[in-house]
Design a protein around this ligand. Structure first.
Ligand code: F3S
Ligand code: F3S
Length: 105
């Protein structure tokens, strides 16, 4: 799977959403999260993010490893909705993301 990391926090550009062929990038309150089971690793989202927030899971920079966990944890109670468009904005973040200072680090 691909992972969205710190640069997305409070930016939420959403350019990535348009590119994803399986609509697996879901919107929380302060950032977007990629569904680890629905992502097909096409990589289309990664180059379009203007703040370079998206990484292949194995390539997430060390200081942002907690965001890999966040992308999994976000979906623990949601299961696999099978598409972000029909769900719309989800009124939550993971605890780790919610605890970030405004504008990220
Ligand atoms: Fe965030 Fe970048 Fe997508 S800022 S919403 S990961 S285009
Ligand atoms: Fe979609 Fe990006 Fe995965 S475009 S399929 S979230 S690599």
């Amino acid at each position: 799977t691909y992972i969205i990391a710190e640069p997305c926090v409070d930016v939420l550009d959403r350019a990535c959403v348009e590119e994803c062929p399986v609509d697996c990038i879901y919107e929380g309150n302060r950032m977007l999260y990629i569904h680890p089971d629905e992502c097909v690793d096409c990589g289309a989202c990664e180059p379009v993010c203007p703040v370079e927030a998206i990484f292949y899971e194995d390539d997430v920079p060390e200081q942002w490893k907690d965001y890999a966990n966040a992308n999994y944890e976000f979906f623990e109670d949601l299961g696999s909705p099978g598409g972000a468009a029909k769900i719309g904005k989800i009124d939550k973040d993971t605890a780790f993301v919610a605890a970030q200072p405004p504008g990220g680090e």
